[in-house]
Design a protein around this ligand. Sequence first.
Ligand SMILES: Cc1cc2nc3c(=O)[nH]c(=O)nc-3n(C[C@H](O)[C@H](O)[C@H](O)COP(=O)(O)OP(=O)(O)OC[C@H]3O[C@@H](n4cnc5c(N)ncnc54)[C@H](O)[C@@H]3O)c2cc1C
Length: 402
Amino acid sequence: MRVVITGAGPCGAALAVALSRNGTAVALVEAAQDFARNFRGEALMPSGFQALQQLGLAPIPESVPQRALGGWRVAVEGHELFRAAEPLEGPGNLPCTLVSQTAWLESLLAERNRPASLTLHRGRPVADLQRDARGRVCGVVLTDGEHLAADLVVGCDGRSSLLRRKAGIALGAAERPIDVLWFRFAAAAEPLPDQDFTTLVGPEGLASLFTSAEGLVQLGWAISPGSPTPRHTATEWIARLRTQAPQVLASWLQRNGHHLGEPVRFSVQVGLAERWWQPGLLLLGDAAHPMSPVRAQGINMALRDAAVAAQALLELASAGPNSKEAIDQALARIEAARRPEVALLQALQAEELERAERLERTPFLRRLLAGFAPLVGHAAGQVWRLQQKRLRHGISTLNPRQ
Ligand SMILES: Cc1cc2nc3c(=O)[nH]c(=O)nc-3n(C[C@H](O)[C@H](O)[C@H](O)COP(=O)(O)OP(=O)(O)OC[C@H]3O[C@@H](n4cnc5c(N)ncnc54)[C@H](O)[C@@H]3O)c2cc1C
């Protein structure tokens, strides 16, 4: 079976390596020359580690910058409501871990690590799908005009997937996108007071701070979709944030505010493709289901898609030469195995966002929680932990035979 995979993000790269290590001929086509994209999510949950294990890609090499998250903090109007330490399931379990996605992809696809049956086309965007006389997808056309023939084309080309659009597959989109301003502090900033992911809710909105795998402090700030980007200086942004930060963090912000960079705005459309396959074509990862950034699910779901697809396709390949019908039946099985988990986790992400936004919209509730934080914080933390279980572990088995 010849497979063309479009997009070398976590989904496409992991699937390409897993298939080609087992002898399948794979062409992996990536539009960009390198993986240093402006922003790549980097939190891996236990669900993502389970997928890496099944793909044969664990552990992540030590040369790739990575660090375990210390915990999750929520503060309301400057008062800490609760802190949940990682691993949430207790010592000995896998913590949520920040992994430099750029370095991981570079290492995974480095020439010295690449299986012989994997060909990487970097800096060569796919421009179109190729179909045979019966309309079945049978390859891709690159922007430089080259055609790559395939028995199966896999679209792992991210949230704005060209392949999804060329195939005419509609995206059932969430009602409104989530708009986020993303800031980085310069490397010269002091380390944050802790290794946690801290969410601040207050009259200035909803913002989160953490230190990336590579040691840079990052700040995400949710803003109303479609609203103009506020034109603030670094000092003004920091002054706004300090009003709703607990004392230790507020002092850090005061000392390090001058290291804050210009924000980049993301408009994140969440959605679920009406179907994930057509004869000869399979969509996976964000191409099939653009994920919200809430509680770091996108890479994890992309890797879990890759793990299920790799297993189904390798089983097929091991049965000998495959008919087109047999390939397409496998595509239907892959979608059936993955869709329920993705749909549920998108709904849980939306619920988590709605809870945070309700708090943001309701000053009375915020003041109540802030005033009684020492009394209600523990219970609020316990409820939050329970809500996280499926967001950390997923709901489905990756191996349908287990
Ligand atoms: C602000 C923000 C924060 C996030 N934080 C996290 C987080 O902490 N943890 C987490 O799990 N998820 C996070 N996510 C989500 C996560 O980044 C994505 O869900 C994940 O990267 C999806 O992986 P993918 O392989 O499907 O697609 P992508 O990572 O988007 O990769 C797609 C690849 O396809 C390539 N491509 C596109 N078009 C073409 C073409 N025509 N031809 C060839 N190649 C093409 C692109 O260059 C890219 O390399 C976050 C998202 C946002 C927006």
